[in-house]
Design a protein around this ligand. Structure first.
Ligand code: ADP
Length: 498
């Protein structure tokens, strides 16, 4: 089974969120399971920096028919547009890198300019990624043609549309799988950009890529992929509703026969307290007492009071409306009043950033806020906190609650999406069954979160109960191997002969 895995981020080279973690782990697990998988990645500088020579890189000029495919003009830059076959330092999975210097050779965030605004030519940049995927699918590399093109999020959404357009031309075309990691980010562009995309005119319509007079890359993926997946079973059901469907629930309901949810896993080579380099004293569920050292380390490095018994809440998150952090802001004073502490690492929404900075000023030694992205501090917060807070309004899968459980850091989550699928609430029954592993609240409101915090304080005051919940979570496994088997089964359903 040959699979082309198309995505725009790859940890540790380039990461803005969980998508990068998934790209690092799922293809590797597929490879381990015997699947012949290759990446197609855009040639952003951070990705190109991870290329190692040695596997005979081969530059393939991208085939650009006149009447089909994105209108590149001079945008490819002097070097033109190529797909380079290569090996990456960070992965055993072979890669194709899309080289289009004029469009992709820009430092920083892959989607935004230095002012935090979308790059004005994003439609063309990511159309080209989809087009390169379709060309590889159509046999661009004579040595390797995929059976499946597996696309991730709106950045790759045009690939299934282009593949569908190639099919009538008689080319042997692979099946396409489109995985939604977050339906809310849709890749919407003005109607005028449609002309650049090289799609047949009739596709600008309700049965094509049009979304309220705009072009939607997300809709293209949902409309034309042979199979749609999302990253948890509950989110797969939730996006069928008007509340969570982001305007695409009608289309998703119409295609629900090809929609399924496959839960993400955890890369336990990266997220494991037994050999995490940021920890002075590594630990596992048998040596849980050593977690106190991680807490002291975190308190010291963030300037929190060195109180071993203060219930320490951690947040590692993009600061966006999705993540429910307005609720945390609303309960912050009460949290401190009850003797708790908060360590927050995040960046994004300017108003939220300001609100948390002000809270840290109001509560010195009790609330510590670190703005920006910091991988190693992320590990320290997840290891050192007692509770990892994930009160998201919606959450396709969520990874930090899974990381928290591995580190004996009890997740406190809103019952939604992947959070509902992965965290078993503490109750008399779940404690007796040995399945209790976190605190789950219903009702997305400050009062809902406040009651959950009250429960956290009450449970923390019962050390034996708390420890058993920590141990339950630490022994759970969310293995990528299992997720990889599910994806493989899905690929085989689409291409039974391979
Ligand atoms: P999303 O993809 O919606 O941002 P996930 O929970 O799926 O949320 O994945 C978030 C990933 O990004 C996790 O690996 C988390 O540790 C990491 N992360 C989020 N914010 C930061 C930050 N400010 N610094 C370091 N890592 C972060």
């Amino acid at each position: 089974m040959k699979v082309l895995y198309v995505c725009s981020e790859l940890f540790p080279l380039l990461k803005t969120g969980g998508l990068a973690d998934v790209s690092a782990a799922l293809p590797a697990a597929l490879l381990e399971a015997g699947c012949d998988v290759r990446f197609l990645l855009p040639g952003f500088p951070a990705i190109v920096a991870g290329v190692v020579s040695g596997r005979g890189p081969l530059a393939i000029p991208l085939f650009l028919p006149k009447d089909f495919g994105p209108a590149l003009g001079e945008a490819g830059g002097q070097g033109g547009v190529t797909v380079q076959r290569c090996a990456l330092a960070v992965s055993d999975v072979p890669a194709y890198i899309l080289q289009a210097p004029g469009l992709l050779d820009r430092p920083g965030n892959p989607y935004l300019d230095a002012q935090g605004k979308d790059w004005p030519d994003n439609a063309l940049r990511f159309a080209l990624l989809g087009w390169a995927a379709a060309c590889l699918g159509g046999g661009l590399d004579a040595d390797w043609q995929p059976d499946i093109v597996h696309c991730h999020d709106w950045h790759t959404g045009l690939a299934p549309a282009y593949l569908r357009c190639l099919a009538p031309a008689g080319a042997p075309v692979p099946a396409s799988v489109f995985t939604v990691h977050n339906l809310a980010y849709q890749g919407l562009f003005p109607r005028a950009s449609f002309g650049q995309l090289g799609l047949p005119a009739h596709l600008f319509g309700i049965d094509g890529v049009e979304f309220y007079d705009q072009v939607s890359f997300m809709k293209a993926g949902l409309q034309f992929a042979d199979q749609i997946t999302t990253v948890s079973p509950t989110y797969a059901r939730e996006i069928l509703t008007p509340e969570q469907g982001c305007g695409l629930d009608g289309l998703l309901r119409a295609r629900s026969d090809v929609l399924s949810g496959i839960l993400n896993g955890v890369d336990y080579l990266v997220w494991n307290p037994a050999h995490d380099e940021v920890l002075d004293k590594p630990y596992d569920w048998r040596s849980l007492g050593r977690k106190a050292r991680a807490k002291a380390q975190l308190q010291a490095s963030l300037g929190l009071e060195l109180q071993p018994d203060a219930l320490l809440f951690g947040v590692v998150s993009r600061l966006s409306e999705q993540k429910g952090l307005r609720l945390v802001e609303a309960v912050m004073d009460a949290l401190v009043h009850k003797g708790g502490q908060l360590a927050l690492l995040g960046g994004g929404d300017a108003a939220l950033e300001q609100a948390f900075v002000q809270a840290a000023h109001r509560h010195p030694g009790r609330v510590a806020v670190h703005l920006g992205y910091n991988e190693s501090l992320g590990h320290q917060v997840i290891a050192g906190a007692d509770v990892i807070l994930v009160p998201s309004r919606y959450e396709p899968c969520g990874l930090t609650q899974l990381y928290g459980m591995r580190y004996g850091t009890v997740p406190l989550v809103h019952r939604v999406g992947g959070l509902a699928d992965t965290v078993a609430d503490i109750s008399a029954e779940s404690l007796a069954a040995g399945s209790a592993c976190g605190i789950v609240f219903d009702g997305f409101s400050a009062s809902g979160l406040q009651s959950a915090l009250d429960r956290a304080f009450a449970l923390y005051a019962q050390p034996e109960v708390w420890k058993s919940v920590q141990r339950n979570g630490m022994q759970l496994r969310f293995d990528w191997q299992e997720a990889a088997q599910r994806y493989l089964a899905l690929y085989r359903r689409l291409r039974p002969a391979r």
